[in-house]
Design a protein around this ligand. Structure first.
Ligand SMILES: [Zn+2]
Length: 145
């Protein structure tokens, strides 16, 4: 944190920017590809990752395709809601079939659809979480070198 603060208080001329790079279009700090974790320092604000080709936009108000610590959040709510709705779906369906109860079957189907939606969100969240873990491992390894 202190390193970054002192970095921003330095003038552009003091920063170590390789010659021929426009400081207004070049990423001066370490910013990481959201797909593979490649360090995009000295790359342009908008472009494609040099390593994996993933498109990114590192402009402060956009930040697309860039790794952010928010990706490290485990999708707890989505996983729990998917499990809860699945349990409601199956238990309602079981009691709805003996004797057959159309309303209970309808409720079970609704719970099943909600469970399916949360399952999709949970799987997407888990994949994002796992990719973020890999990127963090890579960042730590490369910063340690
Ligand atoms: Zn990449």
């Amino acid at each position: 944190m202190n390193g970054r603060q002192s970095d921003s208080s330095m003038s552009l001329a003091d920063r170590e920017l390789p010659e021929g790079l426009d400081p207004d279009r070049t990423l001066i700090h370490s910013v990481y590809c959201g797909n593979c974790g490649f360090n995009l320092r000295y790359a342009t604000y908008v472009g494609r990752c040099n390593e994996c080709g993933h498109p990114y936009n590192a402009r402060p108000l956009t930040m697309k395709g860039i790794f952010t610590p928010a990706a490290l959040l485990f999708p707890t709510a989505d996983v729990l809601l998917a499990l809860l709705c699945s349990v409601i779906c199956f238990s309602t369906l079981r009691s709805a079939l003996r004797p057959v109860n159309a309303w209970a079957i309808f409720l079970a189907v609704v719970a099943g659809l909600i469970a399916a939606l949360y399952s999709i969100l949970a799987v997407r969240g888990l994949l994002r979480f796992l990719r973020a873990l890999g990127i963090m491992r890579r960042i730590r390894k490369e910063e340690g070198e």
